[in-house]
Design a protein around this ligand. Sequence first.
Ligand SMILES: O=C(O)CCCC[C@@H]1SC[C@@H]2NC(=O)N[C@@H]21
Length: 250
Amino acid sequence: MINWPEGYGRRVLAKVDSTNAEAARIAPELAGPEWILGLRQTQGRGRRGRAWVDPTGNFAGTLVMRPAEAPDQVALRSFVASLALYDAFVAVSGRSEGLALKWPNDVLLNGGKVAGILLESAGMAGGTVSHIAIGIGVNLAHAPGTEAVETQATPPVSLLSETGASVTPEEFLDVLAAAYARWETQFVTYGFEPIRTAWLTRAARIGEVITARTTRDETTGTFETVDTQGNLVLKTAKGRVAIPAADIFF
Ligand SMILES: O=C(O)CCCC[C@@H]1SC[C@@H]2NC(=O)N[C@@H]21
């Protein structure tokens, strides 16, 4: 273990249903932030109720924390985690070429999805959440087949296939945890603005026409920015639209 960040716990499980489910189980007893790594995950879950396919050799991990914060503040952690992932990929592959962040919380490598984040929070008490689970899945060694993803979704790729970098989940955790701790310190010290600025410099398709799709509707427009609440801002024929949650299609 190299440079493990002070104050963060680390547990490695040989087999788990979902590291996010494990996070919810251990949250009540938590003394401080804790990383959970699942070497084998049998019921990985993705965003919007989708399953997350997790072949052995890929990274499945969750950071569980109990910040005394309101839900809207907590939700901004997906940008913190995206930046940490970006830095971790640069550290393990030695390059930033081809890396980009896709709103709200995917990492792209050479145009394919190499990592996704599922942020879950629970248990409001006195206006703050009782815990958050930042679940991170990284295709280190294997990309799931395109049959595992929706039509028109960004095709999955793996770090190994795109860069030749062979990294174990444990090695990736060490690098990711250190990177996350650095961005988390920025966030709690200076707020969302430096995170937002850094995220935008790494954003995919900024200034281009994209489509944001929810279960109810679809909006197409020019990707202008991400606002101070983390919303996607599209310039459309009807004016500017701020979108809090959606899937993006290029
Ligand atoms: O849909 C997405 O892009 C988000 C995928 C998140 C998957 C990770 S794997 C570790 C953690 N545990 C889960 O059950 N899901 C997340």
